[in-house]
Design a protein around this ligand. Structure first.
Ligand code: KG4
Ligand code: ZN
Length: 390
């Protein structure tokens, strides 16, 4: 089965084509093509992601990224005679993409020039995310589905982050997946720019949220703290880099919000405010000051995340811990969790995504789409749902 997957929920425009074989319990996953275009340079000067700017960039880049995928996957076949799209389909495609600038005409141009590609399903992120950005991907997917009569499945972006840990590259570049050894219950710690959640899975695709942030997501706290230190967006990787050269200083102590509460919730906005006061108090920041603030901030985050995860593991008797989302790329968090497991829960298996699959990508959307196709159908409609909760 070949799946085309599309991700446009935030500031990455990503498309992949994967071939899945094997059984539903143990699918074998082969990547035929995978292209990711990051809009970071566009958003950098504004210090954050602007939804309408993201939407415009997605619309501009989707056609060429799609074509590049078809070519790499060997599915690009030029028509001998151009044309052939019937007027009714043409009208539908124009209607679907009427609010996406020139995208409708570009899609029709592609359809007139190439044969129907050998793709069985299209998987597209429908939420959570930035609504205008989500709609471009959804309408693009629907247009392709309409043109070539290919079913389109809605995918939850956070489910993608959970499943991202099962995508592995071996030395031949092939991607395999082994889900057969997973022991339930599974605890998932999802940490990204928009989410901070602890989710229990007692079976595949069953999600029970037991905790979440009450205000800012942890990635957001990284990004806002970075801005206070005069660092460019996205701040997470930059803070992490500085923190490595930072020193622990008594006069730089920051709070560990909600670390001792008996729930599994988080709060990061107070931490960011404390950084603001610290930075104001210091006035001019030397390079070493910045490194020291970064270190203390990162340590505060690690302490809270590790403690809450530890409590959640105890309470749920989880046998497996999955960590996903952009912030899971953070080395200090990875190390903190690994050490806590070794000391307290030596029998719990930890699954982390490959570093490059921690942040948004379309491979995880393909995998989530596959589970949707072979397993329990998603009851979700093909509409953008910016707050779609697991
Ligand atoms: O999952 P993701 O790519 O997008 C969302 O779904 O939000 O996560 C992006 C977030 C950003 O806030 C970014 O600063 C953060 O992940 N991030 C990191 C690191 N790499 C990315 N945060 C801390 N340390 C990192 N190494
Ligand atoms: Zn994400």
């Amino acid at each position: 089965m070949k799946i085309l997957s599309i991700e446009t929920s935030c500031d990455e425009t990503a498309i992949s084509i994967v071939e899945v074989s094997g059984t539903a319990e143990q699918p074998a996953f082969r990547i035929l093509s995978n292209v990711l275009w990051s809009q970071i340079d566009t958003h950098k000067e504004f210090g954050g992601v602007y939804p309408n700017l993201a939407k415009r960039e997605h619309a501009k880049n989707l056609p060429s990224i799609f074509i590049e995928n078809l070519k790499t996957a060997g599915l690009f076949i030029q028509k001998e005679v151009a044309g052939g799209v019937d007027p009714e389909t043409e009208t539908k495609v124009r209607e679907l993409l009427s609010r996406e600038g020139n995208l409708g005409e570009e899609v029709l141009k592609i359809a007139n020039e190439i044969e129907k590609p050998d793709i069985d399903h299209i998987a597209v992120t429908t939420g959570p995310g930035l609504e205008p950005a989500l709609w471009v991907g959804i309408n693009f997917a629907k247009a392709l589905g309409t043109l070539w009569n290919i079913p389109v499945v809605p995918v939850n972006h956070m489910e993608g982050h959970v499943l991202s840990v099962f995508i592995r590259a071996d030395e031949h570049g092939a991607q395999t997946l082994d889900t057969s050894a997973i022991r339930f219950p599974v605890l998932s710690l999802l940490i990204s720019g928009g989410h901070t959640e602890l989710v229990v899975m007692r079976d595949w695709r069953s999600y029970e949220k037991i905790g979440a942030t009450k205000d800012d997501a942890v990635g957001e706290a990284f990004d806002k703290t970075a801005r206070l230190l005069g660092l460019p967006y996205p701040g997470g990787p930059k803070i992490s880099e500085l923190a490595r050269e930072g020193n622990s200083r008594l006069d730089f102590k920051l709070p560990r919000p909600m670390i001792a509460t008996e729930d599994f919730d988080f709060s990061f906005s107070g931490l960011k405010t404390s950084v603001l006061y610290l930075v104001k108090k210091l006035g001019e920041l030397s390079d070493q000051d910045k490194k020291d603030v970064a270190r203390e901030f990162e340590q505060a985050v690690v302490d809270v995340i590790v403690k809450k995860t530890e409590c959640a593991l105890s309470a749920t008797n989880a046998e497996t811990l999955i960590v996903g989302g952009g912030v899971s790329a953070n080395t200090a968090i990875r190390t903190g969790l690994t050490n806590m497991l070794a000391e307290q829960f030596p029998n719990v298996t930890l699954h982390l995504p490959d570093q490059h699959l921690s942040t948004d990508n379309s491979l995880m959307i393909a995998l989530a789409g596959y589970f949707s196709v072979v397993g329990k159908k998603s009851e979700h409609e093909l509409v953008a749902d910016s707050n779609w909760s697991l």
